[in-house]
Design a protein. Structure first.
Length: 170
């Protein structure tokens, strides 16, 4: 009986794919980070301070504090999904970068793992940037408690990057 499905053969050959994406991103890092910060900041300022001033506190916690946690999650999900859906699709179909990589000793598993880890890395940068803004604004309950959000951001990044890659394959 032929097996058509197999588990990915993971190796460290994904690192050059990740590094290639990082080197390309590095050229546009500042505009990219500004874009990742502008949208969540608009929500934080507009909804948090604007709408939040009209809403009562819940158990002594202002609305902007609830919004801050949601903004981290939203920014992380958006960054990972956008990276694999838009730029991943562009690398696959328009630029044919994946075809070029596949002509080397790398496999599709290496390319996918490289894309997945790159999208998760980029979403981690986005989540940490929003977390820094929340710290500057003083919206965190405790400094040490908010550090627990970093593993959650990494997990969210991997999950949404994986779902985006699946949709990209369709």
């Amino acid at each position: 009986m032929a097996h058509y499905f197999h588990l990915p053969q993971l190796s460290l050959r994904f690192i050059p794919v990740w590094r290639r994406n990082y080197l390309v991103w590095r050229k546009l890092a500042i505009p990219s980070m500004l874009g990742n910060l502008a949208d969540p900041m608009l929500y934080m300022l507009g909804l948090g301070f604007g709408l939040g001033s009209l809403l009562p506190d819940v158990a002594g916690v202002p609305y902007i504090t609830f919004l801050a946690a949601a903004t981290i999650a939203y920014s992380t999900m958006n960054s990972a999904t956008f990276e694999v859906l838009y730029t991943g699709f562009s690398r696959m179909h328009v630029q044919k970068t994946w075809d070029a990589i596949m002509n080397t000793p790398m496999t599709l598993d290496d390319v996918m793992l490289g894309e997945l880890t790159w999208a998760a890395s980029k979403s981690l940068l986005s989540g940490i940037a929003i977390l820094l803004i929340i710290w500057v604004m003083g919206l965190q309950a405790s400094f040490w408690m908010t550090l627990w959000i970093i593993p959650v951001v990494i997990l969210i990044g991997f999950c949404f990057a994986g779902m985006g890659l699946v949709m990209n394959a369709v």
